[in-house]
Design a protein around this ligand. Structure first.
Ligand code: C2E
Ligand code: CA
Ligand code: CA
Length: 530
């Protein structure tokens, strides 16, 4: 007795399904194909309706997503996973890390990271046993938000995995922008075909991931041939029907109890064994990777301020908005588009990359002048890594992304907030701008005119509390607001009496963050309640 539920049925039964545990986790273990040991597992959502039977994620997840319900189901999965782990730990059963899936709406509309962390704490699960899977698509249109979510998970100690890598609009650039710890490569996207072109793509991605020193878990492995192929290219971690289907809790528990375990390790540093000859061979795999899978990339040599491009791919040139051949690009003056500050920053970053032998990043503004389009400014993010040297001459591998749009949208936001402040002059609102680092407040014209405030108030809010504009019984709360702004709260709002006449106002703050998520300014407003 099993049938697909209709959208309406799903929506009507959702609350009950959550409440009665009809939505729960199956666990699919992951193995090291080299040693046969279990290395982790993924929690996959299942819904068993008392009447319609088992429902699969591909059918019900899109419905939940469209109706803003997926978050509650995702959180339920974290809860179930933690509860399961807690039970195992209490029963002295050795456990392995379990991954749960995060979806786009989880972070756009909810305090997802905090909610996950609270559940983890509630069950007192060591953070090393929990991993979060994100997808490239959830980052679309929200790279900054995604980076900050990853950053917060990292601060709390969670491992972050990039799910379904290679499925969407992925390029390795996204890996550069998003600091993930593990890549999951899904053979389903290649119809499991590891021979011919499919094999080449996989091989390239694996190779690149090794350069990045990121472990890979291959999903959807169904046959021993696929597993052996993956092993032959140095990719051991496997999740798929070959080893195990997703299992209900009791079966998974049994399998986990019996299995030997081992942690997922990052691949050995292949840079040393990196075959430089192949890199220059037009028919080599390295060339193929370079041209097809890395987004904008270049190799250049650097020697005491002298920069020379050696190789650059098509995407690199496109990324910086040019329309010339690779050859012309290599022959042109490499510093042509750099501004003075940018050039200095770029050289400093190269030096840092030489000293640290790690990847270093910088963001550089450039000015492009062309016959057809006139002058344009753009911001390029460079990731630089030394891949070899001969004496003082360093060979540097660079991946770039054009982040002008990102930068501009940040500035647009700033502008629109400013315009808002001006618009408020025409409404009944008093507005001000508060600079968090310096505690300086700049009031709008109306505040100055009606309330007699000076154009700049230092050590805000103390002077306005003293002046009696903010009432003593609200002073501590208002001070606390400013501490919260400094701590990074996004917005604040309350109704409070202002002036000696205790006129009721709605007072609001909206915080503006810089691209690193640091709170910079807060925009305040006070509107009298009619
Ligand atoms: P996914 O995260 O890529 O999960 C892997 C899917 O591949 C699972 O399908 C799994 O059963 C299936 N699979 C595993 N091994 C093999 C194999 O060897 N061959 C083939 N052909 N397939 C294999 P499932 O469980 O139906 O989940 C489908 C998708 O639904 C997941 O893809 C994920 O995107 C989403 N999903 C599942 N659980 C959750 C969840 O808790 N939250 C969210 N937001 N999404 C979930
Ligand atoms: Ca997944
Ligand atoms: Ca996947």
């Amino acid at each position: 007795m099993q049938r697909r539920m209709t959208t309406e049925e799903l929506l009507v039964s959702f609350d009950d399904a959550i409440k009665h545990g009809h939505i729960f986790a199956y666990y699919q273990p992951q193995f090291n194909h080299s040693t046969g040991r279990m290395t982790g597992a993924e929690a996959l959502m299942r819904w068993v309706d008392p009447e319609a039977g088992m429902q699969y994620p591909s059918d019900f997840i899109p419905v939940l997503e469209e109706n803003d319900l997926l978050y509650f189901a995702d959180i339920q999965m974290v809860e179930m996973t933690c509860r399961f782990l807690r039970q195992c730990i209490d029963d002295d059963i050795p456990v392995i890390p379990i991954s749960f899936n995060m979806s786009r709406n989880d972070i756009f509309k909810h305090e997802y990271v905090e909610d996950v962390e609270n559940i983890r704490k509630k069950y007192d699960i060591p953070v090393k046993y929990l991993r979060v899977e994100i997808t490239e698509t959830s980052a679309i249109g929200g790279m900054e938000l995604m980076s900050s979510v990853i950053g917060r998970f990292h601060e709390l100690g969670y491992i972050v995995e990039m799910d379904d890598f290679g499925s969407g609009y992925s390029s390795l650039n996204i890996l550069k922008d998003l600091d993930v710890d593990i890549i999951k490569l899904d053979l389903n996207f290649l119809n499991g075909n590891v021979s011919g072109r499919g094999g080449i793509i996989i091989r390239s991605v694996v190779q690149m991931a090794k350069w990045l020193r990121t472990p890979i878990i291959v999903e959807g492995v169904e046959t021993i041939e696929q597993a052996d192929f993956m092993k032959s290219i140095g990719c051991y971690y496997i999740q798929g029907y070959l080893y195990s289907k997703p299992l209900p809790e009791e079966e998974f528990l049994e399998k986990m109890s019996l299995a030997h375990h081992e942690p997922t390790k990052s691949p050995i540093d292949l840079l040393k064994t990196f075959n430089a000859d192949n890199f220059w061979d037009p028919n080599s795999l390295e060339t193929l990777i370079f041209n097809n899978f890395v987004g904008g990339a270049a190799v250049f040599s650097y020697n005491e301020g002298r920069l020379e491009f050696i190789r650059v791919n098509r995407k690199y040139i496109e990324e910086i908005g040019m329309n010339i051949s690779e050859r012309d690009f290599i022959e042109s003056n490499p510093w042509k588009y750099f501004e003075t500050d940018g050039k200095k920053l770029f050289i400093d970053t190269i030096k840092k990359a030489i000293d640290s032998a790690e990847e270093e990043t910088c963001e550089v503004w450039m000015t492009l002048t062309s016959d057809c389009c006139g002058t344009d400014r753009m911001c390029i993010r460079y990731h630089l890594r030394v891949i070899g040297n001969a004496g003082d001459e360093y060979l540097i591998y660079s991946i770039i992304s054009n982040i002008t749009a990102e930068k501009k949208s940040y500035r647009d936001l700033y502008e629109s907030e400013r315009k808002f402040a001006f618009a408020s002059e025409h409404t009944n609102t008093y507005a001000w701008e508060y600079t968090i680092a310096t505690k300086e407040m700049r009031p709008c014209f109306r505040c100055m005119r009606d309330l007699g405030l000076p154009p700049l108030i230092r050590n805000y809010p103390e002077p306005v509390i003293e002046s009696g504009l903010f009432q003593p019984d609200y002073a501590e709360m208002y001070r606390e607001w400013h501490r919260q702004l400094a701590a990074g709260i996004g917005s604040l709002e309350a109704v409070m009496p202002l002036t000696a006449a205790r006129i009721m106002f709605k007072v609001k703050y909206t915080t503006e963050f810089d691209e690193n998520g640091v709170p910079v300014r807060a925009y305040g407003s006070a509107t009298p309640l009619q």
